[in-house]
Ligand binder design. Sequence first.
Ligand code: PLP
Length: 396
Amino acid sequence: MFSQNPVFIPGPTNIPEELRRAISNPSIDHRSETFVEMFKPALAGVRRILKTDTAEVFIFPSTGTGGWEATITNLLSPGDRILASRHGMFSHRWIDLCQRHGMDMQVIHEEWGKGAPAEAFGAALAEDKGHQIKAVLVTHNETATGVRSDVAAVRRALDAAGHPALLLVDGVSSIASMDFRMDEWGVDAAVTGSQKGFMLPPGLAILGISQKAMQMVGDAKSYRCFFDFNDMKKMNASGGFPYTPPANLIRGLDTAIGMLEAEGIENVFARHHRIAEGVRQAVSAWNMKLCAHEPSLYSDTVSAIRTPEGFNSTQIVTHAANKYQVAFGVGLGDVAGKVFRIGHLGSMTDVMALSGIAAAEMTMVDLGLDVRLGSGVAAAQEYYRTHSVAAQKDAA
Ligand SMILES: *Cc1c(COP(=O)(O)O)cnc(C)c1O
């Protein structure tokens, strides 16, 4: 079926024409200078996006999940204790991956709709006098619930306890879309992928690894080969790769970073915030609530919207796809059937967001929900009209 509609899933995100062109180049010899010339600026660009001066950057042919695995297997050994909280499908899956690698997981179960519990982490770290905990996991943006966690607060909890554990952060659905400061927050591993904020197809795991974490690689006893940081670092030093690099995606990554920096990364964050706020205005106009418990937790990249009791939210996603060829996200795990998700990250504008809100409204009216056509659209229009970049400039 023909459709030029944008997708409103929280990844893979819409791919701008400029990036489609950047990745459609013919094959090159990856051992040639041509590859080095595209690879080195991409690595430097990732370092700027992560806001780190000192971390190693790694790019693997993989996805975010591979980024988790690379982090765990290079930095830790089976039996190591890891502190984490389970508060959504993605934090759940990272915990599951660690368990399958034989890690000793200390899991704090949080309500879905809340963030990583910095205070409870602090208490667990303070109690761990023998420093058995080797790492703390934080899912910066829980894509299943639309919840942003306070990474800086977890860093403060580690410091307050005087605890040396590594701070490992899943930033797959936040990095390049929402404020992220690797060095300032003392993040030891930052994990992301190509298909969310970077607006590319899936295929790259993108990692920042602190020098403190790099010192663990030699002693970490988990099995690894494809994802070995030391092999990759050695080859990267001369601009090479230990195996065939995904050259087209790497070229795309360099181009994507150029686009983000041309807009200005702080402007990119402001755009995501504005678009998200318009979606939230629409949700209020529908008399619905977000899964996220309070405004400080609201994600600027994805909104998980609670549907009325007794209604199966998956119907919204199925109906919108079948009738309007528009993709929204289903509820996952504990909130399956209870929420649907609007992804609003990456290559997205106010006008695109309005079309998604309008499609969601038509769908909900079709399905008999108590929503009035135009109500959410009008609320978002009013917000975008008064908060556009041009309106802000006029006011100043
Ligand atoms: C998308 C996503 C992932 C990774 O998923 P992949 O499908 O492996 O790329 C991990 N964590 C979060 C928070 C995500 O949104």
